[in-house]
Design a protein around this ligand. Structure first.
Ligand SMILES: Nc1ncnc2c1ncn2[C@@H]1O[C@H](COP(=O)(O)OP(=O)(O)OP(=O)(O)O)[C@@H](O)[C@H]1O
Ligand SMILES: [Mg+2]
Length: 233
Protein backbone atom coordinates (compact mmCIF):
# COMPACT_ATOMS: atom_id res chain seq x y z
CA UNK A 1 0.00 0.00 0.00
CA UNK A 2 3.01 2.27 -0.28
CA UNK A 3 2.50 3.55 -3.86
CA UNK A 4 1.37 7.14 -3.71
CA UNK A 5 -1.68 7.64 -5.92
CA UNK A 6 -2.61 11.21 -5.04
CA UNK A 7 -0.26 13.87 -3.74
CA UNK A 8 -0.87 17.52 -2.92
CA UNK A 9 2.13 19.72 -2.23
CA UNK A 10 2.09 23.25 -0.82
CA UNK A 11 -1.54 23.90 -1.74
CA UNK A 12 -2.77 27.43 -1.08
CA UNK A 13 -6.30 28.65 -1.64
CA UNK A 14 -7.95 31.94 -0.77
CA UNK A 15 -11.43 33.18 -1.54
CA UNK A 16 -11.87 36.76 -2.67
CA UNK A 17 -14.72 38.62 -1.00
CA UNK A 18 -14.76 42.03 -2.66
CA UNK A 19 -11.39 43.52 -1.76
CA UNK A 20 -10.78 41.13 1.10
CA UNK A 21 -8.89 37.91 0.56
CA UNK A 22 -9.84 35.05 2.88
CA UNK A 23 -7.01 32.52 3.11
CA UNK A 24 -8.41 29.01 3.62
CA UNK A 25 -5.57 26.64 2.73
CA UNK A 26 -2.09 27.90 3.58
CA UNK A 27 0.35 25.29 2.37
CA UNK A 28 -1.35 21.90 2.62
CA UNK A 29 0.64 18.83 1.66
CA UNK A 30 -0.84 15.35 1.76
CA UNK A 31 0.02 12.02 0.15
CA UNK A 32 -2.56 9.28 -0.26
CA UNK A 33 -1.38 5.76 -0.97
CA UNK A 34 -3.10 3.43 -3.41
CA UNK A 35 -5.68 1.41 -1.48
CA UNK A 36 -5.59 3.74 1.53
CA UNK A 37 -8.62 5.11 3.40
CA UNK A 38 -7.89 8.61 4.74
CA UNK A 39 -10.22 10.74 6.87
CA UNK A 40 -9.90 14.52 6.81
CA UNK A 41 -11.17 16.25 9.94
CA UNK A 42 -11.21 19.82 11.23
CA UNK A 43 -13.56 22.49 12.55
CA UNK A 44 -16.38 23.85 10.43
CA UNK A 45 -14.87 26.37 8.00
CA UNK A 46 -11.36 24.93 8.30
CA UNK A 47 -11.24 24.16 4.57
CA UNK A 48 -12.03 20.43 4.44
CA UNK A 49 -14.43 20.68 1.49
CA UNK A 50 -12.12 23.14 -0.27
CA UNK A 51 -9.24 20.66 0.06
CA UNK A 52 -11.35 17.71 -1.10
CA UNK A 53 -12.54 19.68 -4.13
CA UNK A 54 -8.95 20.59 -5.03
CA UNK A 55 -7.79 16.96 -4.56
CA UNK A 56 -10.50 15.93 -7.04
CA UNK A 57 -9.83 18.77 -9.51
CA UNK A 58 -13.27 20.29 -8.92
CA UNK A 59 -11.52 23.48 -7.82
CA UNK A 60 -8.13 24.99 -8.67
CA UNK A 61 -5.47 25.94 -6.09
CA UNK A 62 -3.89 29.40 -6.14
CA UNK A 63 -0.50 27.83 -5.58
CA UNK A 64 0.91 24.35 -5.14
CA UNK A 65 0.39 21.14 -7.07
CA UNK A 66 -1.79 18.06 -6.99
CA UNK A 67 -0.51 14.97 -8.76
CA UNK A 68 -2.43 11.85 -9.62
CA UNK A 69 0.04 9.02 -10.29
CA UNK A 70 2.64 11.71 -10.93
CA UNK A 71 0.52 13.68 -13.43
CA UNK A 72 -0.12 17.30 -12.51
CA UNK A 73 -3.93 17.66 -12.40
CA UNK A 74 -3.78 21.35 -13.16
CA UNK A 75 -1.22 21.42 -15.97
CA UNK A 76 -2.56 22.22 -19.43
CA UNK A 77 -6.04 23.34 -20.43
CA UNK A 78 -9.18 22.93 -18.32
CA UNK A 79 -10.48 20.36 -20.83
CA UNK A 80 -7.58 18.03 -19.93
CA UNK A 81 -8.42 18.41 -16.26
CA UNK A 82 -12.10 17.61 -16.96
CA UNK A 83 -11.16 14.39 -18.77
CA UNK A 84 -8.72 13.39 -16.03
CA UNK A 85 -11.31 14.17 -13.32
CA UNK A 86 -14.04 12.10 -14.97
CA UNK A 87 -11.71 9.16 -15.51
CA UNK A 88 -10.13 9.28 -12.05
CA UNK A 89 -12.49 10.46 -9.32
CA UNK A 90 -15.88 9.54 -7.94
CA UNK A 91 -17.60 12.03 -5.63
CA UNK A 92 -20.06 11.47 -2.79
CA UNK A 93 -21.64 14.47 -1.06
CA UNK A 94 -23.59 14.97 2.15
CA UNK A 95 -26.86 15.78 0.40
CA UNK A 96 -26.68 13.03 -2.25
CA UNK A 97 -27.46 15.34 -5.23
CA UNK A 98 -29.57 12.74 -6.99
CA UNK A 99 -31.78 13.79 -9.90
CA UNK A 100 -35.36 13.51 -8.56
CA UNK A 101 -37.04 12.69 -11.87
CA UNK A 102 -34.69 9.77 -12.62
CA UNK A 103 -34.94 6.36 -11.00
CA UNK A 104 -32.10 4.64 -9.12
CA UNK A 105 -30.62 2.89 -12.17
CA UNK A 106 -30.83 6.04 -14.32
CA UNK A 107 -29.17 8.15 -11.60
CA UNK A 108 -26.25 5.73 -11.51
CA UNK A 109 -25.97 5.85 -15.32
CA UNK A 110 -25.76 9.67 -15.51
CA UNK A 111 -21.92 9.93 -15.26
CA UNK A 112 -21.51 7.23 -17.95
CA UNK A 113 -23.97 9.07 -20.18
CA UNK A 114 -22.29 12.46 -19.88
CA UNK A 115 -18.89 10.96 -20.65
CA UNK A 116 -19.99 9.64 -24.06
CA UNK A 117 -21.22 10.94 -27.40
CA UNK A 118 -24.78 9.95 -28.32
CA UNK A 119 -23.48 7.26 -30.71
CA UNK A 120 -20.97 6.04 -28.11
CA UNK A 121 -23.72 5.86 -25.51
CA UNK A 122 -26.00 3.81 -27.76
CA UNK A 123 -23.12 1.41 -28.49
CA UNK A 124 -22.07 1.00 -24.84
CA UNK A 125 -25.47 1.30 -23.15
CA UNK A 126 -26.01 -2.34 -22.26
CA UNK A 127 -22.46 -2.70 -20.90
CA UNK A 128 -22.98 0.39 -18.70
CA UNK A 129 -26.34 -1.00 -17.52
CA UNK A 130 -24.61 -4.22 -16.48
CA UNK A 131 -21.92 -2.23 -14.64
CA UNK A 132 -24.56 -0.04 -12.96
CA UNK A 133 -26.49 -3.11 -11.80
CA UNK A 134 -23.22 -4.58 -10.48
CA UNK A 135 -22.39 -1.50 -8.37
CA UNK A 136 -25.99 -1.27 -7.16
CA UNK A 137 -25.69 -4.88 -6.04
CA UNK A 138 -22.42 -3.99 -4.24
CA UNK A 139 -24.26 -1.32 -2.21
CA UNK A 140 -27.24 -3.64 -1.59
CA UNK A 141 -29.82 -1.91 -3.78
CA UNK A 142 -30.63 -4.45 -6.48
CA UNK A 143 -34.23 -4.50 -5.26
CA UNK A 144 -34.72 -0.75 -5.72
CA UNK A 145 -33.67 -0.14 -9.35
CA UNK A 146 -36.92 1.52 -10.42
CA UNK A 147 -37.50 3.61 -7.31
CA UNK A 148 -37.24 7.40 -7.53
CA UNK A 149 -35.06 9.17 -4.90
CA UNK A 150 -38.14 10.38 -2.95
CA UNK A 151 -39.21 6.74 -2.59
CA UNK A 152 -35.96 5.86 -0.75
CA UNK A 153 -34.68 6.27 2.80
CA UNK A 154 -31.72 8.60 3.49
CA UNK A 155 -29.32 5.67 3.76
CA UNK A 156 -30.61 4.21 0.48
CA UNK A 157 -30.21 7.60 -1.24
CA UNK A 158 -26.61 7.79 -0.08
CA UNK A 159 -26.02 4.24 -1.31
CA UNK A 160 -27.32 5.31 -4.75
CA UNK A 161 -24.91 8.26 -4.64
CA UNK A 162 -22.05 5.87 -3.78
CA UNK A 163 -23.07 3.57 -6.64
CA UNK A 164 -23.15 6.56 -9.01
CA UNK A 165 -19.66 7.58 -7.84
CA UNK A 166 -18.45 4.03 -8.54
CA UNK A 167 -20.08 3.75 -11.97
CA UNK A 168 -17.03 4.95 -13.89
CA UNK A 169 -14.73 2.73 -11.80
CA UNK A 170 -12.92 5.67 -10.19
CA UNK A 171 -9.36 5.26 -9.02
CA UNK A 172 -10.08 7.48 -5.99
CA UNK A 173 -13.40 7.93 -4.19
CA UNK A 174 -13.78 11.36 -2.55
CA UNK A 175 -16.55 11.65 0.03
CA UNK A 176 -17.57 14.89 1.77
CA UNK A 177 -19.49 14.19 5.01
CA UNK A 178 -21.12 11.07 3.54
CA UNK A 179 -22.89 10.35 6.85
CA UNK A 180 -23.54 13.99 7.76
CA UNK A 181 -27.23 13.85 6.93
CA UNK A 182 -27.93 10.42 8.43
CA UNK A 183 -28.80 9.09 11.87
CA UNK A 184 -25.98 7.19 13.56
CA UNK A 185 -27.24 3.67 12.73
CA UNK A 186 -27.65 4.55 9.04
CA UNK A 187 -24.28 6.32 9.14
CA UNK A 188 -22.71 3.08 10.39
CA UNK A 189 -24.35 1.22 7.54
CA UNK A 190 -22.83 3.66 5.01
CA UNK A 191 -19.43 3.31 6.69
CA UNK A 192 -19.85 -0.46 6.35
CA UNK A 193 -20.31 0.02 2.59
CA UNK A 194 -17.25 2.30 2.33
CA UNK A 195 -15.17 -0.07 4.50
CA UNK A 196 -16.06 -3.04 2.27
CA UNK A 197 -15.19 -1.07 -0.86
CA UNK A 198 -11.85 -0.13 0.69
CA UNK A 199 -11.08 -3.75 1.59
CA UNK A 200 -11.76 -4.58 -2.06
CA UNK A 201 -9.03 -2.11 -2.99
CA UNK A 202 -10.86 1.21 -3.42
CA UNK A 203 -8.78 4.24 -2.41
CA UNK A 204 -10.93 6.64 -0.37
CA UNK A 205 -10.48 10.16 1.01
CA UNK A 206 -13.36 11.18 3.24
CA UNK A 207 -14.18 14.40 5.06
CA UNK A 208 -16.04 14.05 8.36
CA UNK A 209 -16.77 15.88 11.61
CA UNK A 210 -17.48 12.66 13.44
CA UNK A 211 -14.58 10.94 15.27
CA UNK A 212 -16.42 7.58 15.21
CA UNK A 213 -16.80 7.84 11.44
CA UNK A 214 -13.17 8.93 11.05
CA UNK A 215 -12.06 5.92 13.10
CA UNK A 216 -13.13 3.67 10.20
CA UNK A 217 -10.26 5.10 8.13
CA UNK A 218 -6.62 3.95 8.21
CA UNK A 219 -5.38 7.44 8.95
CA UNK A 220 -6.82 10.73 10.14
CA UNK A 221 -5.44 14.12 9.11
CA UNK A 222 -6.72 17.30 10.74
CA UNK A 223 -6.91 20.74 9.15
CA UNK A 224 -6.29 23.70 11.43
CA UNK A 225 -5.44 27.27 10.49
CA UNK A 226 -5.15 26.29 6.85
CA UNK A 227 -2.58 23.58 7.46
CA UNK A 228 -2.49 19.91 8.34
CA UNK A 229 -2.07 19.61 12.05
CA UNK A 230 -1.66 15.94 12.77
CA UNK A 231 -1.17 12.67 10.97
CA UNK A 232 1.58 12.06 8.48
CA UNK A 233 -0.13 14.21 5.83
N1 LIG B 1 -17.01 30.18 -2.79
C1 LIG B 1 -16.61 30.73 -1.66
N2 LIG B 1 -16.45 32.07 -1.56
C2 LIG B 1 -16.04 32.64 -0.40
N3 LIG B 1 -15.72 31.95 0.72
C3 LIG B 1 -15.86 30.63 0.67
C4 LIG B 1 -16.30 29.94 -0.50
N4 LIG B 1 -16.33 28.61 -0.24
C5 LIG B 1 -15.92 28.46 1.05
N5 LIG B 1 -15.63 29.67 1.59
C6 LIG B 1 -15.13 29.90 2.95
O1 LIG B 1 -13.93 29.16 3.08
C7 LIG B 1 -13.86 28.55 4.36
C8 LIG B 1 -13.66 27.06 4.21
O2 LIG B 1 -14.81 26.49 3.62
P1 LIG B 1 -15.01 24.93 3.49
O3 LIG B 1 -16.34 24.73 2.85
O4 LIG B 1 -13.84 24.33 2.79
O5 LIG B 1 -15.00 24.49 5.02
P2 LIG B 1 -15.31 23.08 5.70
O6 LIG B 1 -14.15 22.75 6.55
O7 LIG B 1 -15.71 22.10 4.66
O8 LIG B 1 -16.56 23.44 6.62
P3 LIG B 1 -17.84 22.54 7.03
O9 LIG B 1 -17.33 21.56 8.03
O10 LIG B 1 -18.77 23.54 7.64
O11 LIG B 1 -18.38 21.91 5.78
C9 LIG B 1 -15.13 28.93 5.10
O12 LIG B 1 -14.84 29.96 5.98
C10 LIG B 1 -16.07 29.39 4.00
O13 LIG B 1 -16.92 30.40 4.48
MG1 LIG C 1 -17.50 21.15 4.20
Amino acid sequence: MSDVILQAAGVHKSYQLGRVSLPVLRGVSISIACGEFVAIMGASGSGKSTLLHILGALDVPDRGTVRFEGQDLFAGPASRRDVLRNATFGFVFQFYHLLPELDVLENVLVPCMVRRSVAGWIRARSEHRRDACRVLEQVGLSHRLRHKPNELSGGERQRVAIARALANRPRVLLADEPTGNLDSATGREIMGVLGTLNRQGQTIAMVTHDPQVAACAHRIVTLEDGRIKSGRG
